[in-house]
Design a protein around this ligand. Sequence first.
Ligand code: NDP
Length: 253
Amino acid sequence: MVARSLLITGSNRGLGLEMVRQLVLAPRTGNPKPEVLIATCRSPHQAQELCEVADNNKNVHVMQLDVTDESSYGSFVSRVGELVGPQGLNLLVNNAGVAPKSTRINMVRWQQVTDTLTVNTVAPIMLTKALLPHLKTAANQVEGDSLAVKRAAVINISSVLGSIARNEQGGLYPYRASKAALNAITKSMSVDLRGNNILVASLHPGWVQTDMGGKNADLTPTDSISQILNLLRQMTDHHHGQFYQYDGEQVPW
Ligand code: NDP
């Protein structure tokens, strides 16, 4: 089992939707399915595929969330508490993200950088902060100080493009900066939340055929997510505060 309860942002398409799909199919692969799967998206009335999954699976709860709308967090977090109950929230996947197309130094625009940072960087910090009480509740259900995703975890969906060590092609200022900063956040959270027994890691999903990755990408969403779910099931203290890619290989910061 990945986790009893989990919350995935940006679940209406791409990698988020594929993660929801594979988690509800989990019993077919011999894994128990989550009891509470909270799939968030900006516009549930337009999220037809996600709503179909929820209609056929009572454990899937579609909730409206624009991750940049901090004013909605209070009521959102209360509703999450009602759904997960006294056992708390085991796993938060900060998946929602944007990637503006313009690349080079002469093309980059101020607003593009700040908008990208708001979604990819600021929102994961503030949403994790808001959901911490539920994550701590989940972590406290288990004795001892070992870490596991099924106990309590924050997984930040980053990108190899945020790796400073791997940046040989330059450009992509908004996106690279937002994911490099997200990685810095992963590191700080891993220090701050170790005492609470909450595992924190950054994950690069590979180059994947989604709206963001494009048709020429290496991996299908099915391939990427099936490997990510395997990795999540195996994560321990060893992975805490680190940056991994979908197949379990460590990525340099
Ligand atoms: P998609 O563009 O297919 O999907 C992005 C998702 O993020 C959509 O559900 C979108 O919702 C949501 N989103 C964007 N802005 C907001 C917001 N303000 N509030 C809530 N949700 C929002 O991208 P992918 O599925 O490919 O990407 C998922 C994650 O994986 C991202 O963090 C991305 O950076 C990362 N990644 C992807 C790679 C790839 O090759 N695909 C490679 C490396 C990392 P809406 O439909 O409403 O816009």
